[in-house]
Design a protein. Structure first.
Length: 479
């Protein structure tokens, strides 16, 4: 007889305990489909509980589809599979592995102060979407879709959509890169490219030498692969070549990760002379370079500077990772890796195990967009816009924020050093509805506490002025 072993506990409501007890009996088979339950009156007498309590328990079971009521007759066990309706109690947090925990702890969206409505936020360096030429993209989509829809909607190739690969090869060649023995793989942005490189060319514990500070996501990727990033401090003059050589000798890194143009977060650009010297040094010491070219095309200075890879000539030590996230539309999630054939070959195989391939439809639309000349036209327009935006922001910075140092020479952000801890400043600014990123998140070894990054790409000129005034006032109050 069921209910003889039923015992009330003090940890939850009585009607829930009765409902849970009946659910368990249905799941373990003691009660089967079609069985009639005791009436509320009988059960109330047996358990010495009020009929209202029993009625509430039955109602809960009806709501959860475990039983149904037959008016005038009573309650019956329903024919729905009880297992499917049993709530699970897996403690998923106990399953989280070290990599997952690390990614979560380093996830800025979840760990930094959240944006609230009406705040002026200098945290983002995403492009200003009001400049997107959406009509040109729409036209590109319609044109390529009408030509190739069947092909584009089926499985494609892990290496990418061939016309886009060819376009990118021509494009890289126009930037001075020798194509002999090199190939291209299309990726879901820079982030996938770097993950693929780490997945296929590194082992846990390998050291990666990088600029300090550097791109936060790159640090996160290195760490979640069990790699050890070692920073080379950047002075106002950028990378110190002697220090670089000493660090290479000391740590024998697997790679040197560099962002030569509009480095994130400092906005620095490595000069052509220094690019040649870095390539020569890496050739001499046999150290491969991971070149992050994410911002290359946005450079607005008059002196043309070629990617590091181009200075390597026919050499194969540079793996170039490009991205359309800043120079076009980040939502497309499109990027590419250009490297030695053997590197692309292994990346291609790994990509097939991860995502099979990047969306062919997206790649084809981008190809068409580039083929029609829209990309060059857009680039010209936004380069000019970001140049003006940067100059405006620097002027306002000089007027309103008593900073100690301004790094770099351009990009979608300003990186400054102040005389106090940037997190302390952020706390005060947050109260006045202004947000920015504290520079420590880009640093290794607890450095950069007095630095901050001010993203200027998605704010209006008046927000720059107003926000900088607030930051300046807060800073003065704290000094
Ligand atoms: C240094 C650096 N590299 C690359 C990227 C672009 O990454 P993705 O192409 O995955 O959007 C960013 C974006 O902020 C960046 O700051």
């Amino acid at each position: 007889m069921i209910f003889l072993d039923f015992k009330l506990k003090n940890d939850s409501s009585k009607y829930i305990q009765i409902a849970d007890y009946i659910k368990e009996r249905i799941v373990d088979g003691a009660l089967r489909t079609g069985d009639k339950l005791p009436s509320t009156r009988q059960l109330s007498a047996l358990l010495k509980l009020s009929r209202t309590t029993i009625q509430s328990a039955f109602q809960l079971l009806v709501d959860d589809d475990f039983i149904y009521s037959q008016p005038g007759e009573g309650y019956y066990v329903s024919d729905k599979d009880p297992i499917l309706r049993t709530p699970s109690h897996i403690q998923w947090k106990h399953y989280f592995n070290t990599n997952g925990e690390l990614a979560k702890n380093m996830d800025l969206i979840k760990t930094e102060l959240p944006w609230k409505k009406n705040m002026i936020s200098f945290t983002s360096i995403a492009p200003d979407s009001s400049y997107f030429d959406t009509d040109a993209l729409k036209k590109s989509f319609l044109d390529i879709y009408s030509l190739e829809s069947n092909k584009l909607l089926n499985y494609g190739y892990a290496k990418g959509y061939q016309p886009l690969i060819d376009t990118l090869k021509t494009y890289m060649h126009s930037m001075g890169i020798h194509l002999k023995d090199k190939d291209v793989l299309i990726t879901n942005g820079f982030t996938e490219g770097l993950n693929l490189v780490c997945n296929t060319l590194t082992e846990q514990g390998d050291c990666i030498l990088c600029e300090n500070p550097t791109h936060h996501t790159a640090l996160k990727i290195f760490m979640t692969h069990g790699l050890v990033p070692i920073g080379i401090p950047l002075s106002e003059n950028g990378l110190d070549l002697q220090l670089l050589e000493a660090k290479i000798q000391e740590h024998q890194p697997k790679f040197l990760y560099l962002t030569p143009s509009y480095h994130n977060p400092t906005g620095m650009v490595i000069s052509p002379q220094k690019r040649v010297a870095i390539i020569n040094l890496c050739k001499k010491l046999n150290i491969p370079i991971l070149e992050d070219g994410f911002n290359e095309e946005l450079r607005f200075s008059d002196i043309p500077i070629r990617p590091l890879m181009s200075y390597s000539g026919y050499g194969n030590e540079v793996i170039y990772i490009g991205s359309f996230s800043k120079i076009l539309f980040p939502g497309l999630r499109l990027g590419w890796v250009m490297a030695d054939h053997d590197v692309i070959d292994i990346l291609e195989s790994f990509k097939r195990t991860m995502t099979i391939h990047t969306s062919t439809l997206d790649q084809a639309v981008l190809y068409q967009y580039m083929k029609e000349g829209y990309y060059d036209r857009y680039l010209k327009k936004v380069r000019q816009h970001y140049k003006e935006q940067y100059q405006y922001a620097v002027d306002e910075l000089k007027k309103y924020i008593p900073y100690k140092k301004l790094y770099g020479e351009g990009g979608l952000h300003l990186f400054i050093e102040v005389q106090i801890n940037a997190r302390q400043l952020l706390e005060k600014c947050y109260e006045r509805e202004v947000l920015f990123l504290p520079g420590d998140i880009f640093h290794l070894d607890d450095e950069g506490k007095n630095t901050l990054r001010l993203g200027i790409s998605r704010v209006t000129k008046s927000e720059i002025t107003e926000g900088f005034k607030i930051i300046g006032n807060c800073l003065e109050e704290l000094l």
